[in-house]
Design a protein around this ligand. Structure first.
Ligand SMILES: C[S@@+](CC[C@H](N)C(=O)[O-])C[C@H]1O[C@@H](n2cnc3c(N)ncnc32)[C@H](O)[C@@H]1O
Length: 322
């Protein structure tokens, strides 16, 4: 690699926080709902059109907006993703900006959180500690729900055809469960922490929300399940708890397990999102899709398929019994 290529490679990562913050702020301030607009038309957001210009030019360089004769605009596809109710901006401006970035960067105290967790890994409190505060759980889940609605449809399509009730462990507010219930016409039970399920929005009659702990099978419903979905659960629990969890599900007689998550080596953003979880999940482990497939094999699920789900970010690994 030449020196100039090395410098470009470093800068591409070192400075991407600027365009990222410009986008997250645009999501928080819902600027995309106001486009097309000139900078001076955005006076409700800022009285300084020159400042808005600089902000929008950053977003234009990142390919998010474009300028046509002084008017800032977005393509139809961008508008679909970034404007209106229940759009991707709810997730970017909500969970990503408000709750995730402070857990990785400078926190609420100005201290470098990543550096401090590297020095003291035992300080991580996990989702259980985080969601002990019901307001935090609600804020997180409302934007997680918005973020999971799109992937939920793709995940539901990719499942083995369920022949009976499905369990969604760590299912949050049920975006995946609703999509599975709808596509396959089956009942789905969502198990998550009490603070999460107690505030879940009413969904279809086919989806039930139950308080429980994925790490404690005694808290799972006494119920036979055809299959189980674990969407982002492996990123959310200690690595040492993953094998016992699969063994407990196998003991319950499930016919398939679908694991959807950030997996090492599975794209540009997969490890980045693992790191975002590793800073607050105790004993977090990054695993590749192959390693997860091997764990499913060891738990008795001999046929394993693996495919990307969210481009450059997540993989779906499904294990089924023979
Ligand atoms: C990233 S969210 C994913 C939510 C949902 N599965 C989805 O794909 O949209 C991780 C979820 O795992 C849940 N979770 C983490 N640890 C858990 C545990 N020990 N028991 C139950 N749920 C847990 C969290 O409360 C949260 O809802």
């Amino acid at each position: 690699m030449s020196m100039s290529k090395a410098a470009r490679t470093i800068n591409a990562t070192a400075f991407s926080y600027i365009s990222s913050w410009a986008l997250l702020t645009a999501a928080e301030l819902r600027v995309f709902d106001h486009l097309p607009a000139r900078s001076q038309d955005l006076s409700a957001i800022s009285p300084d059109p020159d400042l808005v210009d600089t902000w929008m030019l950053t977003l234009a360089d990142a390919g998010i907006v474009f300028n046509n004769e002084g008017v800032w605009n977005q393509t139809d596809d961008m508008a679909t993703l970034l404007s209106g109710d229940n759009s991707y901006v709810d997730y970017l401006g909500g969970q990503v900006m408000q709750q995730m970035t402070p857990r990785l960067t400078l926190g609420h105290t100005g201290e470098n959180v990543l550096a401090s967790v590297l020095a003291n890994p035992a300080s991580r409190r996990g989702y259980q500690g985080w969601f002990a505060d019901p307001d935090e759980a609600r804020a997180y889940q409302s934007s997680q729900h918005a973020g999971s609605l799109g992937p939920a449809k793709a995940l539901a399509r990719a499942l083995p055809d369920p022949t009976g009730r499905v369990l969604d462990l760590g299912g949050g507010w049920g975006a995946i469960a609703q999509a599975v219930a709808k596509r396959h016409n089956v009942d789905v039970d969502v198990v998550d922490f009490a603070t999460v399920v107690s505030s879940a929005p009413a969904g279809s009659e086919r989806v039930k929300f139950l308080a429980g702990n994925a790490l404690d099978p005694a808290t799972w419903p006494e119920q036979a399940y055809d299959g189980v979905v674990l969407s982002y659960l492996f990123s959310s629990i200690p690595g040492s708890a993953q094998e016992p969890l699969l063994a407990a599900l196998a003991d319950r007689g499930v016919q398939w397990i679908a694991i959807h998550d950030f997996m090492a080596g599975s794209g540009r953003w997969a490890s980045a999102w693992s790191l975002q979880h590793a800073v607050f999940v105790p004993e977090h482990r990054s695993r590749s899709a192959d390693a997860i497939g091997a764990m499913l094999n060891a738990a008795g699920f001999d046929t394993v398929s693996s495919a990307p789900l969210i481009d450059e970010m997540t993989t779906l690994v499904v294990g089924t019994r023979g």
